[in-house]
Write a new protein. Structure first.
Length: 136
């Protein structure tokens, strides 16, 4: 069901400093920050030849990544995002197979303007998984 690795998200305490580390010493192409109010984060994408890195930072006092940042004050890998052809088919299959979809189990629009869902880490070896619908 899953397709290509879309991105790896890294939560960071200071977005500007993290952007500079990737642009400076690593020489990466770093995008511009974008606030995702519905998700409670600010994101920046770094384009790589084979995937993307998504730097994420809390946006507001109710950001869902605040608890992650409290446990990991220096930051760290937050989630991995895989592409799927149909988010609704993915939801049907996953719920039928007993996987837990976070939130209200309904897709939200992600940073790329596509529907996304998040899967509970307990079902996937401690890893938070994001699925993003990407039409080929």
């Amino acid at each position: 069901m899953i397709g290509a690795l879309n991105h790896i998200a890294i939560a960071v305490p200071n977005l500007d400093e993290a952007m500079e580390k990737y642009a400076g010493p690593l020489g990466a192409k770093v995008g511009k920050p974008k606030d995702l109010i519905e998700h409670g984060v600010t994101v920046v994408f770094i384009d790589l030849p084979n995937t993307k890195i998504e730097l994420i930072s809390p946006l507001g006092k109710n950001s869902p990544i605040l608890s992650f940042m409290k446990k990991n004050p220096a930051g760290g890998i937050h989630h991995i995002c895989y592409e799927v052809e149909s988010i609704s088919n993915a939801i049907s299959k996953l719920t039928k197979d007993g996987a837990m979809i976070l939130g209200d189990s309904k897709p939200k629009i992600g940073a790329h303007g596509n529907p996304v869902i998040f899967l509970h880490p307990k079902d996937f070896n401690g890893t938070l998984i994001e699925l993003e619908e990407v039409k080929s």
